[in-house]
Design a protein around this ligand. Structure first.
Ligand code: PAF
Length: 286
C-alpha cells in the first residue's frame, strides 16, 4: 500500500533520499475525493519523473466564509487506495496545523495581483490568495521538479504559473487536459452534490461553451455570443456567475485563439468549466 506521510520531517527525509539517488520528483496537488480526472494527472506526470507524490489537503484558506469547506467530500481511505493503484509513490496528507503552523489567520500569504481579481477571483474574493499560498507551501514542502494541474481550473493554472515565474520556484508546471464524462460534463468532486435533476441539466455547461465558440467562429461579436450562451444556461436552470471569452492569457479577447470560461450554479452547487479554441486571426473579433 502507498506510504501515507503526515509529518514534514518524514516527507523531507523521503524526498531528500530520492533526490540523493538522482531521481526526479513530481507532485500532483489535490484536495482529495479523487476521481478519474485526478488519476489522469498522475498518468500525465509519470513519463516526466521517477517518483510521484500526491498531496491531499482540503485547504481552508481558499474557501470563502459561505462556501462548502465543511461539506467538501473527504474520502482519505479511498484516495489512498486509488493513488496506490495509480502507481503513486507517496501520499502527503498534512493536517491544517502542519500546513499552517501559525494558524490560518496569521499565515504568511502569497497574493498574485491582477489576474486574481477577474472571473472566479471577482466572484470568490481571496480564493486565489488561498490557492497561491497553499501551492507555494506544497512546492516548498515537496520540492518537485514537475507539478501537474488540471486545465479545468484554467485561471488557477494561470495564477500558479504567474507565481512560479515571479517567485522563481524551480518547478515546471504540467497542465493536463480536462477529463470529461461521456455527456461532456467536466469531472469534478463537486459533481456529486448534484441530484438526478441537476445532473441531467449539468452538461448544458459544456454545450454553452461549445456554442459560444461556434458563434464566435460564425462571426458573432464576443459580447453577443456571451449573452446568447448565458441565456441558454439560464434556460437550462443555471444561475450564471460569468460566461466570458478571453485571450489565452486571460486578457480581454481581441480575436484569434482564446478560451471561453464559465462559472454557474445549479442550486447550491457551483460548477466551472472552460474551452480553449483556436481560430485564424481576425475571426470572432468584437
Ligand atoms: O485544484 C485543487 O484541487 C486545489 O485548488 C489545489 C491546487 C490542490 C490547491 O488546494
Amino acid at each position: 500500500m502507498i506510504d501515507i506521510v503526515q509529518d514534514l520531517a518524514a516527507l523531507r527525509a523521503r524526498v531528500t533520499g530520492w533526490k540523493r539517488d538522482g531521481l526526479r520528483v513530481g507532485l500532483v496537488p489535490t484536495m482529495g475525493n479523487l476521481h478519474p480526472g485526478h488519476y489522469a494527472l498522475v498518468d500525465a506526470l509519470r513519463p516526466h519523473v521517477d517518483r510521484i507524490v500526491a498531496s491531499v489537503f482540503v485547504n481552508p484558506t481558499q474557501f470563502g466564509p459561505h462556501e462548502d469547506f465543511d461539506r467538501y467530500p473527504r474520502t482519505p481511505e479511498a484516495d489512498a487506495r486509488g493513488l496506490d493503484a495509480a502507481g503513486c509513490d507517496l501520499l502527503w496528507m498534512p493536517s491544517v496545523d502542519t500546513m499552517y503552523p501559525l494558524g490560518v489567520e496569521r499565515t504568511v500569504t502569497v497574493r498574485v495581483p491582477g489576474i486574481t481579481t477577474i472571473l472566479d477571483g471577482a466572484h470568490r474574493p481571496g480564493h486565489f490568495d488561498g490557492v497561491a499560498t497553499v501551492v507555494a507551501r506544497l512546492f516548498n514542502q515537496v520540492q518537485p521538479e514537475v507539478a501537474a494541474f488540471g486545465r479545468k481550473d484554467y485561471q488557477q493554472v494561470a495564477v500558479i504559473a504567474h507565481m512560479v515565474a515571479e517567485l522563481a520556484f524551480p518547478v515546471r508546471l504540467l497542465p493536463v487536459a480536462i477529463s470529461r464524462e461521456a455527456d461532456g460534463l467536466a469531472r469534478s468532486s463537486r459533481n456529486q452534490y448534484l441530484d438526478a435533476d441537476a445532473r441531467a441539466r449539468a452538461p448544458a455547461l459544456y454545450r454553452a461553451l461549445t456554442s459560444l465558440r461556434d458563434a464566435l467562429g460564425a462571426g458573432q461579436s464576443a459580447a453577443a455570443a456571451e449573452t446568447g450562451a448565458a441565456d441558454a444556461l439560464r434556460a437550462a436552470g443555471f444561475e450564471v456567475d460569468y460566461i466570458e471569452v478571453r485571450a489565452p492569457d486571460l486578457a480581454p479577447y481581441a480575436g484569434g485563439d482564446g478560451v471561453a470560461l464559465v462559472a454557474a450554479r445549479l442550486g447550491r452547487t457551483r460548477l466551472i468549466d472552460n474551452l480553449e479554441f483556436s481560430f485564424g486571426a481576425g475571426d470572432g473579433r468584437g
